[in-house]
Design a binder for this molecule. Structure first.
Ligand SMILES: Cc1cc2nc3c(=O)[nH]c(=O)nc-3n(C[C@H](O)[C@H](O)[C@H](O)COP(=O)(O)OP(=O)(O)OC[C@H]3O[C@@H](n4cnc5c(N)ncnc54)[C@H](O)[C@@H]3O)c2cc1C
Length: 382
């Protein structure tokens, strides 16, 4: 390709992803400034060249054949702090800043609002893309606005929170283009409380660990420490010495079902009512019920030994093998419960195997899927 500046051809995407899987990129450009990031994406779009913006690579499953396009790795830095109203601070953070470094800093500064999102890998710019969440909180709750390059209008724009279309592990940012969406996030503006106590603890497991009733406010440092401890025990904090962390975190989202299919689930299935009348259930529970236990899989790729929802690549595997395992899990859950699990990570240059539905569900086939957007409405969550 021409016109997008210097880059390196043929770099293995396995080196840029936490799974350690993925073939070569046609071209890799590392963007250390916002100008470079915008210019590379704009030039590639003008030329009709496929674009993949990569942050920490912690939510990407890249095919063994790699990516026939330009990969832009975000390496921008910077942060601005402003006091807009008493008791609150507005912090604008560049897309390339490591998320957990920013969370650690905010806790150390005595700003609360992000502490339960401690330990999530990746960069700040990706957090709104799938509206990251954990332990009863989603990042949208702390976001005021996002500044992004709009690939449709070819201009930099500001999206207020209500314009971002945030939902459960999704947002409008990922719409329109794939594998990187319409909006390339340049920086994110957060509003955080200037106070040490956290927001009220909204997650039972975390409240138990902290030994407080649900809804209690606890010093943010304690919340961060407890969250990191809980996450480590599940292999959910990156650790080069722990093969269970060679993953994309949860591989499947929790299914959100209409009331009728939700009523068909066995009585002990977890059920969390959603504001729109639908019911969220636990993907991990469904997977465990079909006899898929920690460590299940051929070896080079397997279910985490610590968490039923994480598929891991301890080493020597392929993306094809990983997606074969994901396909087996989806098929077994569909056969048992009529629920088609949806994937959380973004699939690049690869697809999930089709799921066959039994005659009681119309005997149809949910076609091979290339990721969360493509799967929406296919009988499960998102
Ligand atoms: C061990 C582990 C634990 C995890 N735990 C959680 C968790 O608790 N909760 C949770 O929600 N997620 C979790 N994740 C998933 C992942 O960390 C998050 O989705 C994270 O926000 C991805 O960030 P990233 O920078 O690595 O994005 P990448 O994987 O590099 O990219 C993901 C997607 O975002 C796009 N993207 C990246 N940067 C930008 C940008 N600047 N502008 C526009 N698009 C962009 C990419 O093009 C791609 O489509 C976990 C992953 C791992 C490996």
């Amino acid at each position: 390709m021409t016109g997008v500046g210097p880059g390196r051809p043929g770099v293995a995407l396995a080196d840029l992803t936490t799974l350690g899987l993925g073939g070569p990129a046609r071209m890799l450009v590392v963007a250390t400034t916002e100008r470079e990031l915008v210019d590379v994406v704009a030039a590639a779009d003008t030329e009709g060249e496929p674009v993949l913006v990569v942050g920490g690579g912690s939510n990407l499953v890249v095919g063994d054949g790699g990516f026939a396009g330009t990969v832009v790795q975000v390496a921008t830095r910077g942060e601005r702090v402003r006091t807009a109203r008493p008791g609150w601070v507005e912090v604008t953070v560049a897309a390339g800043v490591r998320w957990d470094e920013f969370v650690a800093r905010s806790v150390a500064e005595g700003w609360s609002g992000l502490e339960v999102l401690s330990g999530i890998p990746g960069l700040v710019g990706a957090t709104p893309v799938q509206n990251v969440g954990a332990y009863g909180r989603e990042v949208e709750q702390a976001i005021i606005a996002i500044r992004a390059y709009d690939r449709v209008t070819a201009a930099v724009t500001v999206l207020a929170r209500h314009q971002c279309g945030f939902g459960y592990r999704t947002s409008r940012l990922r719409a329109h283009h794939a594998p990187t969406g319409r909006y390339v996030v340049l920086d994110v503006m957060f509003e955080l409380r200037r106070q040490r106590p956290s927001a009220g603890i909204a997650y039972a497991e975390l409240a138990r660990r902290l030994e407080v009733p649900l809804g209690t406010c606890v010093p943010a440092e304690q919340v961060r420490a407890a969250v990191l401890e809980l996450r480590r025990a599940k292999g959910m904090v990156l650790d080069p010495a722990d093969p269970d962390t060679r993953s994309v975190g949860s591989f499947f989202t929790n299914p959100v079902l209409d009331p009728v299919p939700a009523a068909r689930l066995p009585a002990p299935a977890p059920r969390w009512p959603m504001p729109d009348g639908r019911v969220k259930t636990s993907a991990a529970w469904l997977i465990e019920q079909v006899g898929i236990h920690p460590g299940h899989g051929p070896g080079p790729v397997r279910v985490s030994t610590k968490h039923a929802l994480a598929l891991t690549h301890p080493g020597g595997g392929t993306t094809t093998g990983l997606l074969g395992l994901a396909g087996e899990i989806r098929q077994r859950v569909a056969d048992a419960f009529g629920v088609v699990l949806q994937v959380e990570p973004v699939l690049v240059g690869t697809r999930l195997p089709a799921v066959r539905l039994g005659p009681e569900l119309g005997g149809t086939k949910v076609p091979p899927s290339s990721g969360p957007a493509a799967l929406r409405g296919a009988g499960g969550s998102s």
